[in-house]
Structure formats: structure tokens, C-alpha cells
Design a protein. Structure first.
Length: 264
């Protein structure tokens, strides 16, 4: 891919997303949240691809994936008023359908179109399949890492604002507040297993899921950012101080330190 193509895609995105804004302040706030999220994911992607010394063509392709990874969110939220894929529709495939409907990728090479669409479809699933082709795997892994880095930022910085702050309203958790958490999620984290999203019932379960994401990070540069920014420690501090949580904290922090210098 060439950089001028990415610039054209950025203009298309700006025009496309602008069409969803209207008189509903709640929808507008959440759409803006996704716009700023996408901009930060693009920045995280640039950091990761630079750290991997990828070619300029591959870096442009990776940033294009970051630009489009949540393009389905605008239609999703406007229609369903939620970002929960479980309560609406999976936003990755929806985004691919949006690009196909508007023929956005028609000017690209077939292999470039395939990589973008498959990485979008796979970026929010629980776990990547083991059978990904070598040419696709790095891009699918990169968008998952870049996305998680910014979600960590959102959940530790934005989601921690007092609810009376108007900026916090779009980030009100999808799950019920309270001190409870699911024992199955605790067990999965301690066993270093991926968590079934259907197990999440409370806001604490969501935070535990975010801790478990550390097992799904693919690159040393990602792990180093998580460690340097203290994301896991900030999430742990939001959870109740119980023996279960202390065991989980020891496990995920131990894994982070163990893996920071041992991945790609």
C-alpha cells in the first residue's frame, strides 16, 4: 500500500462518521469516544510497527487496519445504543460489510483487501485461530495489541472518572456495579486460560477480563507499554482486596514480568 491511499481512507472515514451525528447527545458522545479511540489506536499501531521495523508499505497497511477496525461501531451504536457485541451484532464483521457496501477498498490489491478485512473480522474475537496464514498473522496480532493498549487507557483513565463528570457518561460500564465477581473467571486467570465473554456479569468481571488480556498480547513492545504505564496495577487497585484478587494480581503481574522480554 501507498501512503496517499491511507490519506484518502482517512478522509472517507471523517466523512462517513460525520453522517452519524445528530441531536442525540448520548449517541454523539459515544461516537466521539470511538473517533478518539480510533485515532489513538492508529498512534499505538505506528509505535508497534516502528518497533518491529516493518516496511513502509506494511506500516501503511497496518495503520489502515487500525483506522477501519471499529468502523462498524457507528452503525452498531446508532441502531442498538450499545457497544456490546453480545447485545447487538459483532462489530468487526459489520465494519467489513460497511466497507464492502461503500466499495472503499476496491482500489487496493486483492491481498491487501483480504488482510484488512480478515484482521478487522478477527480483532475482537476471544482468541485467534492457530491456523492463520503467515502473511496475515502479524497484522491480526498487531491490531489486537494496539486496540487493547487503548482500551487499557480508556478503562484506567476515562472509566475511573467520577460519574458526575460529564466526560465519564459515555463510559458508564455495561455491567452491573458491585463487589461480586465470577469464580470461573478467577479460575481461568489463574490457569492462564482465555475467558469466555458470556461469563461476565459485573463490572468487576470486566476488569478481571482486562487483566487476563495480558495473556493475549503478542509483542514485547506492547508488553513493555503495559508495564511502563502501570495498567495492570491500576486495574487491580479498582478491584476489592480479597485473597482471590491478590492471587490473580500475583499471577498476571508475574506473567507480565516474565514475558516482557520474551516475545516478538
Amino acid at each position: 500500500m501507498q501512503r496517499h491511499q491511507l490519506e484518502e481512507f482517512k478522509q472517507w472515514c471523517a466523512d462517513y462518521t460525520a453522517g452519524f451525528y445528530g441531536d442525540d447527545a448520548f449517541i454523539n458522545a459515544n461516537l466521539k469516544l470511538k473517533e478518539t479511540h480510533t485515532a489513538r489506536v492508529c498512534a499505538e499501531m505506528n509505535y508497534l510497527t516502528q518497533s518491529l521495523r516493518m516496511s513502509d508499505a506494511d506500516r501503511v497497511l497496518a495503520e489502515t487496519i487500525a483506522l477501519f477496525h471499529d468502523v462498524g461501531r457507528y452503525e452498531q451504536f446508532t441502531k442498538y445504543r450499545t457497544f456490546s457485541d453480545v447485545k447487538s451484532v459483532p462489530h468487526g464483521p459489520l465494519g467489513v460489510a460497511v466497507l464492502r457496501r461503500h466499495k472503499v477498498l476496491d482500489g487496493l490489491m486483492p491481498n491487501e483487501r483480504h488482510i484488512i478485512k480478515r484482521a478487522m473480522e478477527l480483532h475482537a474475537i476471544k482468541q485467534l485461530p492457530d491456523t492463520l496464514a503467515d502473511y496475515l498473522a502479524p497484522f491480526a496480532e498487531l491490531i489486537r495489541d494496539a486496540d487493547k493498549l487503548d482500551i487499557y487507557y480508556l478503562m484506567t483513565e476515562v472509566d475511573n472518572w467520577p460519574l458526575e463528570d460529564p466526560k465519564a457518561k459515555p463510559m458508564v460500564n455495561w455491567f452491573a456495579p458491585g463487589d461480586g465477581y465470577s469464580p470461573q473467571i478467577i479460575d481461568a486467570i489463574l490457569a492462564r486460560r482465555h475467558i469466555d465473554y458470556t461469563l461476565m456479569k459485573t463490572s468487576h468481571d470486566m476488569k478481571l477480563l482486562e487483566l487476563a488480556w495480558v495473556y493475549d498480547l503478542n509483542f514485547s513492545a506492547t508488553l513493555e507499554k503495559v508495564r511502563d504505564r502501570g495498567y495492570l496495577e491500576k486495574i487491580i487497585a479498582m478491584l476489592p482486596d480479597t485473597p482471590d484478587i491478590r492471587r490473580v494480581a500475583g499471577e498476571v503481574l508475574g506473567y507480565l514480568n516474565e514475558m516482557s522480554d520474551g516475545t516478538k
